[in-house]
Structure formats: structure tokens, C-alpha cells
Design a binder for this molecule. Structure first.
Ligand code: FES
Length: 138
């Protein structure tokens, strides 16, 4: 029986169950949304064991190299240990390059991030300022 260990607790996977589903069924405090590998909100980092290649779908190489994977796609055979994602690899600074007023109370804000962002159609990012996050499209 495959297991996933998170925050010191061992969760056993049922037949065909994903690591994310086992964690949620056991009451683990982990983020998730789509449950099908699209949003990346469930991303965790494996610290021991192997995860299938399909759990790396759409992740930047730097995230893969540091052990990140998508537990919602992870139906695995062995035992793995995981921890939360390395947020320093998911956040970057940006400066405001331009603000254009489009209508009263509506503005287009162009940002220049400090790193090249790899985005696919349909993805969005969160812009955080003063602790408040807003979703934005590219
Ligand atoms: S919950 Fe959306 S990618 Fe896993």
C-alpha cells in the first residue's frame, strides 16, 4: 500500500486514489482547486521517494529540479514524504511600468517582473501588494 507522509502524519492511499485525495480525506491542511493538474494550487515538494513523471506536468524546470509536483495527479506505488512548496520559487518582485486610465475607476496596469514568467493561455497569477492578493491575467 502506497503512503504519503505530510507534516509528520502518514496517509495511506486507497486503490486508484491520488496523494491529494488521501491527504484531504485524512484532514491534511493542503491547498487545492481543480484536482486535475491545471491550476497548480495543490503543488507540494517531495522530500523522499519518487513521484510519477505525469505529476510534473506544466511545472517550470526550476520547480521540478527542486522536487515540486502535483499531488492531484499522483497515484503512485511506493511511499513518499512531502512538504509545502518553496514559496520563494513562486514569487517575484515587479515594478509598475505604466498605468493607463481606461474608464472612470478602471485602469490597465503594466508590470515588469524581475524574471521571465512562463505562462500558458488560461493561466493567471496573483499580484500581491500590502498583503492583499488580486488575480490577474497576462
Ligand atoms: S488541484 Fe489543480 S493542479 Fe492540483
Amino acid at each position: 500500500m502506497a503512503t504519503v507522509t505530510h507534516a509528520g502524519t502518514i496517509y495511506a492511499l486507497r486503490e486508484g486514489e491520488s496523494a491529494l485525495d488521501a491527504l484531504l480525506r485524512g484532514g491534511a491542511n493542503v491547498d487545492f482547486s481543480c484536482r486535475k493538474g491545471s491550476c497548480q494550487s495543490c503543488m507540494l515538494r517531495v522530500t523522499s521517494g519518487e513521484v510519477p513523471e505525469r505529476t510534473l506536468r506544466g511545472l517550470r524546470p526550476s520547480l521540478v529540479e527542486s522536487g515540486h509536483f502535483l499531488p492531484c495527479l499522483c497515484t503512485h506505488e511506493g511511499d513518499i514524504e512531502v512538504e509545502g512548496p518553496d514559496r520563494s520559487k513562486m514569487v517575484c518582485e515587479a515594478i509598475v511600468a505604466d498605468v493607463t486610465t481606461l474608464a472612470p475607476g478602471v485602469a490597465r496596469v503594466q508590470l515588469e517582473p524581475e524574471i521571465q514568467l512562463d505562462c500558458a493561455p488560461g493561466q493567471f497569477l496573483n499580484i500581491v501588494r500590502d498583503g492583499v492578493a488580486r488575480a490577474a491575467t497576462r
